[in-house]
Design a protein around this ligand. Structure first.
Ligand SMILES: Cc1cc2nc3c(=O)[nH]c(=O)nc-3n(C[C@H](O)[C@H](O)[C@H](O)COP(=O)(O)OP(=O)(O)OC[C@H]3O[C@@H](n4cnc5c(N)ncnc54)[C@H](O)[C@@H]3O)c2cc1C
Length: 374
């Protein structure tokens, strides 16, 4: 539950509320081209920018609940997606040793290098992307089909099957011989992606991120963190959409009142829809905060994270769709916040695990593995 925050988390929420006010006021005050820098500056002053960065580089490495509190709060004002709110987080490169730390992790955290995450593969791939050890090199072959930001990335952290040892995350620079950018494409939500082929790409064996055999675990830990981030953004936006509908209904009632008509806020049908929206948001938000608390307590909460991501994205999708219907045609005009959220959430129901795959995995945990509390 979002209630009963201790003093530390209550202060985090207050700082996020102040930042949300500041960010919401930015577009009128700052030229569009300067928004990124202004957001970063405001976020640094609020102590939010550093929350996703490791302590070893001056970050504060916030826990799951603190990050949920901030994302939920910023989402409720629809400003959480602005570029520069959070500093680059290490992701799968967390705790890497030398030479990866100096050559890639530190420049990446400083914003000097860009990366992509290579997990999804073409449906018709004859074999998962694989590598063999050849002396001091790894030789990689295969393909990744959906690397967000890939066309501008300096390197990709790719999941690879290393012959003889199992799955591994391997860092592959995009300018290595044998790396081909096969396609760049945009999606409905406005994000950009790339598909890559790897043909006998040689990288030093020191480009192995963590130990061979632990790649899938490392990738899943990154995916779990991203699922929590998506869920928290969506939960905040649920509240944003509902507040916007209520405001619209109040304004409509005000106009009727001025015209001397009955001034009750909302018709019976609008009230039922609004109540359903609030119930769905309440359930999804409660599940998310519970999951964050389990994570901070060191529990294995992989099933709860899947449930929270699924609940948050599906709830926001439904709530936003209903909100558009209640607000009317203006909500579909390009640039309207509900139109933007609707596009984003459509992609989020697939990204980082489609809803059906998450549900199927929760069932598998119970039926095949005897695991999970969900
Ligand atoms: C905006 C966006 C950003 C992305 N960014 C990245 C990225 O940076 N890196 C990356 O590697 N990938 C990325 N992806 C890819 C994303 O992870 C995949 O699209 C997603 O995992 C689904 O895989 P797929 O597209 O191959 O669909 P499929 O796996 O073919 O699934 C299609 C549908 O089949 C059904 N289905 C499939 N498997 C099951 C199952 N086990 N149980 C029940 N139903 C099932 C589901 O309904 C599912 O939606 C991104 C996707 C989006 C939309």
């Amino acid at each position: 539950m979002p209630d009963f925050l201790d003093t530390e988390h209550a202060e985090v929420r207050s700082a996020a509320e102040r930042l949300a006010d500041e960010l919401a006021a930015l577009p009128g005050r700052v030229a569009e081209s300067d928004i990124g820098a202004a957001v970063r500056q405001a976020s640094k002053s609020a102590g939010v920018f550093d929350m996703t960065q490791p302590m070893s580089v001056g970050g504060t490495e916030a826990g799951a609940l603190a990050l949920v509190v901030v994302r939920d709060t910023l989402g409720s004002r629809n400003v959480g997606h602005l570029p520069g709110v959070f500093g680059p987080s290490p992701g799968v490169l967390a705790n890497v040793g030398e030479p990866l730390r100096s050559q890639f992790l530190l420049p990446y955290l400083a914003g000097e290098l860009r990366s992509g995450f290579g997990f999804t593969e073409p449906a018709d791939a004859p074999r998962h992307t694989w590598a063999r050890l050849d002396g001091v090199d790894l030789v990689v072959n295969g393909a990744k089909s959906y690397v967000t930001g890939g066309a501008d990335a300096d390197f990709i952290n790719a999941l690879v099957e290393v012959e003889g040892t199992g799955s591994a995350m391997v860092l592959i620079e995009t300018d290595r011989a044998g790396v081909t950018l096969k396609q760049r494409f945009g999606t409905l939500d406005g994000s950009h992606h790339a598909a890559f082929a790897f043909t006998d790409v040689r990288v030093p064996a020191t480009h192995l991120i963590g130990e061979a055999g632990g790649g899938l675990r490392r990738a899943m830990s990154q995916i779990n963190a991203t699922r929590m981030a998506i869920a928290a953004d969506c939960i905040g936006q649920c509240r944003f959409a509902i507040d916007l509908v209520e405001q619209t209904l109040v304004e409509r009632a005000g106009r009727r009142s001025s015209a001397g008509e009955p001034a009750r806020v909302g018709t019976d049908l609008e009230r039922v829809t609004l109540g359903d929206m609030r119930i769905a948001a309440y359930a999804a938000r409660s599940a998310l905060y519970r999951t964050a608390r389990l994570l901070d307590a060191g529990e294995n909460a992989v099933n709860e994270v899947m449930a929270a991501k699924s609940l948050a994205t599906e709830s926001l999708s439904r709530i936003c769709d209903d909100a558009v219907q209640l607000v009317g045609g203006t909500a579909l005009v390009d640039g309207h916040p509900l139109a933007d959220i609707l596009r984003q959430v459509r992609a989020l129901r697939l990204a980082e695990g489609p809803t059906e795959v998450l549900a199927s995995n929760v069932a598998r945990g119970r039926l095949d593995l005897g695991l999970g509390r969900v």
